[in-house]
Design a protein around this ligand. Structure first.
Ligand code: NAD
Length: 493
């Protein structure tokens, strides 16, 4: 659209709610004290709904419902096959909701519609995967001949508190819901306050799939209120948290009072290391996608690109040319590649990094909003070159379409630069020297490494970070282990 004209591409989904409530013990309810908070959409930054803001009393009500469902059963004691049937029905319903989910997620988060499509498929896959896993689960048994038999008696860990961030919120909540439910826990989900819309779909999906009442509960609200009360509630056995490292530290401290089990997936500043012998076309495709897809609001974003000096100028030239062609536009336009950042507060934070970057390095692309999008949280793909390791834009997570590119000379220097940040979530290595690829992958301090590939993950593999990027792993049996007590039973022969 011409500058200033309202775009017909800003689609407002049909049937948007104007108010969303908690879901506790099978009922949609408001906060006991009637507290609410406003939710805005990031294209016009206007409020479009109010959501119930959970307080300690609301969280307590949800925990009591979850505890009752746990104690009363049948969910925790159901046979794996019976639980798996419910999980598969959930997967079918989630998959069928793909288009609806995409339009809601796009409206609420500013994610490009083309990238929001398929999120339901991935969420559904999480449920199918954990359904299969619990049916195929093997437990260990050991025999000490003539003396003892020992075996592992797995039990669901109890009531799990699940706290999720605002990026790809529906899909990320499925990462926690699916294994927690598969393991037989009952849960309370506290979605992020910026983007609570898609989580409000879960209640109906679970009801229709036959999940018993009280097994799934949702309390909306602000992190420091609802989230804090959930973490501090003495009858919540576990907390699974995805969000910022700074929040993770607070939650870890609060869990200590009750020695609560905790799993944390936190922030990142992941390096993509491109050696001179790499397949440059593939590396360019991947490193562009790695930081500019999902608006750059992705925990595993390859937000630092380290490039070997021999190819540095060529890589940079081609990277900038491609970055400038990326289409920034209305999230609901199918041609859009970068949409609107989630919230004006987050936009201001990202823009403050752009300003800091200008003083620390060389701005070679972007740095401003597109001329035809005078409002909303839009930013052109932004590329900084020659970024020194001391720069804030090298060290700190920006969580937007902003990338720092830095040259290196030797393999040793590349590894040193890669590791010289507080984070350690993902890393990407581009080289056609197979031995070096593994050597570098092993030397990088990160929970995950992709060699000559990007961010496609087999659900059986561990997902998690080291250093300030996380604590514990999710993924495959590791998730089931987290939501399970493993009791060792010893029997004398
Ligand atoms: P955030 O830490 O601000 O909030 C995450 C959640 O925690 C929200 O639901 C929030 O309400 C809640 N919360 C905030 N303060 C709390 C408190 N004191 N007690 C309990 N709960 C509290 O994070 P965000 O801005 O929503 O999400 C972006 C961050 O998440 C980025 O750092 C990103 O890298 C990270 N992330 C990590 C992964 C991963 O798997 N490692 C995945 C996605 C996002």
């Amino acid at each position: 659209s011409a500058a200033g004209e309202p775009s017909t591409l800003h689609v407002r989904p049909e049937g948007l709610p104007t108010h969303i409530r908690h879901y506790i013990g099978g009922k949609h309810v408001d906060s006991i004290g009637g507290e609410t908070f406003d939710v805005l959409e990031p294209v016009t930054n206007t409020n479009y709904l109010t959501a119930a803001a959970g307080q300690a009393a609301d969280v307590d009500r949800a925990v009591r419902a979850a505890r009752a469902a746990f104690d009363r059963g049948p969910w925790p004691t159901m046979k794996a096959r019976a639980r798996a049937r419910v999980l598969n029905r959930i997967a079918d319903a989630v998959e069928a909701a793909d288009r609806r989910l995409a339009e809601l997620e796009t409206f609420d988060t500013g994610l490009p519609i083309s990238q929001a499509l398929g999120q339901a498929q991935r969420a559904a896959e999480n449920f199918r995967f954990f359904a299969d896993l619990i049916v195929a689960q093997r437990d260990e048994a050991y025999k000490v001949p003539g003396s003892q038999i020992n075996y592992v008696n797995r039990k669901p860990a109890g009531v799990a508190g699940l706290i999720t961030p605002w990026n790809t919120p529906f899909m990320l909540s499925s990462w926690k819901l699916a294994p927690a439910l598969a393991a037989g826990c009952t849960v309370i989900l506290k979605p992020a306050e910026f983007t609570p819309l898609s989580a409000s779909l879960w209640a109906q999906i679970f009801e229709e799939a036959g999940l018993p009442e009280g097994v799934f509960n949702l309390v909306g609200g602000i992190g420091e209120e609802a989230g804090d009360a959930l973490v501090k509630h003495p009858d919540v056995n576990l907390i699974s948290f995805t969000g910022e490292s700074a929040t993770g530290k607070i939650i870890f401290r609060n869990c200590a009072d009750h020695l609560k089990g905790v799993s944390m997936e936190l922030g990142g500043k992941s390096p993509a290391v491109v050696f001179a012998d790499a397949d440059l076309d593939a590396a360019l495709d991947s490193t562009l996608f790695g930081v500019f897809s999902l608006n750059g609001e992705r925990c595993t974003a390859g937000s630092r690109i380290l490039v070997q000096r021999e190819i540095y100028e060529e890589f940079l030239g081609r990277y900038v040319e491609r970055a400038e062609k990326i289409r920034v536009g209305h999230p609901s336009d199918p041609d859009t590649e970068v949409g609107a950042l989630v919230h004006p507060e987050h936009y201001a934070k990202v823009m403050s990094y752009v300003e800091a970057g200008k003083a620390e390095a060389r701005l070679v692309a972007g740095g401003t909003r597109p001329a035809d999008l005078p409002e909303g949280n839009f930013l052109r793909p932004t590329v900084f070159a020659d970024v020194p390791r001391t720069a804030r834009i090298f060290q700190e997570e920006i969580f937007g379409p902003v990338v720092a590119i830095t040259p290196f000379d030797t393999e040793e220097e590349a590894v040193e630069l890669a590791n010289d940040v507080m984070y350690g979530l993902a890393a990407y290595v581009w080289t056609n020297d197979l031995t070096r690829a593994h050597r570098v992958a092993h030397s990088i301090e990160s929970g995950m490494v992709w060699i000559n590939s990007h961010n496609v993950r087999d659900l059986r593999t561990p997902f998690g970070g080291v250093k300030a990027s996380g604590l514990g792993n999710e993924g495959g049996y590791r998730s089931i282990d987290f939501y399970t007590e493993q009791q060792a039973v010893h029997l004398t022969l």
